[in-house]
Design a protein. Structure first.
Length: 201
């Protein structure tokens, strides 16, 4: 691959925990938060880049004429840095973060629809990792998300079939779990299931 080959990139952005802001302060404040965020991003992207709102609290950036991954990395870092400064809306100080997923052409696909899908997959991974971070798409992410979808499907089936039962769970000291790896693995599995069942939308 030529060092000067153009590598367009798509950055998929989602504002973290935006719904509670709408619920608490109302849609007028929520709309102003979106406007202020968009204005900060416009100051970061270049004129030749495309920045658009997809809907709700989701945005995309199409970055063209790049020769390496440094471009999208620099943009995502700048966006995160810009949100370190709180937003001030209607005499209210609002601290915002965002999650981002990045897909690069041709590494992650050639067609815009494929790149957008992969950027969305990377975004989902960023949310799974606790939000307020950026992830670049890898093929392993598809396997990870497929496992999550399968677990979610099985959980929904179990709920519909009333297969869950309430059990007594004894409290164990952490040092006890360290001495019993099988118990620790069981605990970690339950934590994983709980995260999937209670993850925010």
């Amino acid at each position: 691959m030529s060092q000067q080959q153009i590598k367009p990139s798509i950055i998929f952005i989602d504002l973290d925990n935006f719904k509670p802001i709408n619920d608490q302060f109302g849609h007028i404040v929520g709309d102003e938060v979106l406007k202020q965020f968009a204005n900060r991003v416009r100051q970061i992207v270049r004129k030749e880049d495309t920045f658009a709102r997809l809907g709700g609290d989701e945005f995309i950036i199409l970055i063209e004429n790049l020769t390496s991954m440094c471009g999208p990395e620099a943009v995502t870092r700048s966006i995160q840095k810009s949100l370190k400064e709180p937003l001030h809306v209607a005499n209210t100080t609002i601290n915002m973060t965002c999650s981002m997923g990045v897909a690069i052409c041709p590494d992650n696909g050639f067609h815009s629809s494929t790149l957008l899908q992969h950027a969305d997959t990377a975004l989902c991974r960023a949310k799974e990792l606790g939000r307020d971070n950026c992830q670049f798409f890898t093929r392993e992410m598809n396997s990870f998300l497929e496992k999550n979808r399968r677990v979610e499907h099985e959980l929904k089936q179990a709920i519909g079939n009333k297969q869950f039962v309430v059990c007594y769970q004894a409290v164990k000291a952490l040092d006890t779990l360290r001495r019993r790896p099988s118990v620790l693995r069981s605990k970690l599995l339950k934590v994983c299931l709980l995260r999937i069942m209670t993850k925010p939308l």
